[in-house]
Design a protein around this ligand. Sequence first.
Ligand code: AMP
Length: 397
Amino acid sequence: MNVLVINCGSSSLKYQFINSDTEEVMAKGLCERIGIENSQITYQPKDGDKDITLVDMPDHTKAVEMVIKKLTDPEIGVVSSLDEIDAVGHRIVHGGEKFATSVIIDDEVMKAIEECNDLAPLHNPANLIGINSCKALMPGVPMVAVFDTAFHQTMPPKAFLYGVPYDYYEKFKVRRYGFHGTSHDFVSAEAAKFLGKDRKDLKIIVCHLGNGASISAVKNGQSVDTSMGLTPLEGLIMGTRSGDLDPAIVTFLAQKLNVPTDEVINILNKKSGVLGLSKVSSDFRDIEKAYNEGNELAKIALETYSYRVAKYIGSYVAAMNGVDVIAYTAGVGENTAIVRAMIAEYLKYLGTNIDPEKNKIRGEIVELSDPGSKVVTMIVPTNEELAICRETVRLVK
Ligand code: AMP
């Protein structure tokens, strides 16, 4: 089966075209600046050169049209016609409490996704536009919605409730939802498979450390806690997001900076995290370089970041009454050895030492801890697009 995986942002559209039988990515790319001037599509076929085309894309329908045009292009395309696209898998950010699993998209599902718009006002409307555009251009092709929040719907109330009046949960659905669910699910399953064990017998802590970062406690195959909350701002320190802080800081800073609270939330989303702490960059490659050159704030950023991750790991050991596997994934988790090493310093009490030589490995599945360690520490590369493709095939077949 050929599956088109679509991930729509407000002005962007990432796509991968995957042969589900071989799980090979036949082509992938990105439409940028949709609805803005100078929009462009990048298209990378499996065996060809990267193709970048500047083209006017006033809306997402035009962007999807361009993706199909590239995929079926007589010279650089990977299929001969639209008929060879068997299904489309859409990444949807927020499924609220309505979706605990992926679903085939129909009118009812569209309505339910729309009802979650106020929980993810930047993402869900864009996701819906993506679905509508694909439906318009590929009528009759089955479409599947895969939610970032779905995997965490197994969290018990003690993990998802905040200490605020219960009415707010009942009336406004204020609770922890968690995100990156597709990745936490995929990585915990891959870790168990690699170790030759059944995920149902394991307690796994997944550290998804990318530009956005979250951590989850996966007990017997189910998410029992995770660090992101009502929105993806809570939890770990991230590239540009603050993660956890005293909520009173919001009004305190609004007064000091003489700006509305919305602007403070914007600062906490876009100008904080390791970018704000280091004053260097949100990119860990830049921060690591600055750290190696003796930059004091880069050191503080790395230490503060790693300390927060280690504290979360400790709390999830308590949440699950133990841990068998700690799995690092996503851009930073898979590549940044210094962060893994700093976190490991706090975890020696668990009986998990990581081998400094193995810790140099990047982006491949590997056991970092000494053989026979009580707790296995691993790198497990994530692949959210492949996970969406697999979910799409599971439902469509
Ligand atoms: P992601 O959101 O998973 O794509 O992760 C993005 C972040 O991962 C980047 O901002 C970098 O900080 C980090 N990253 C990606 N590749 C590398 C690498 N080769 N070495 C160090 N950090 C990396």
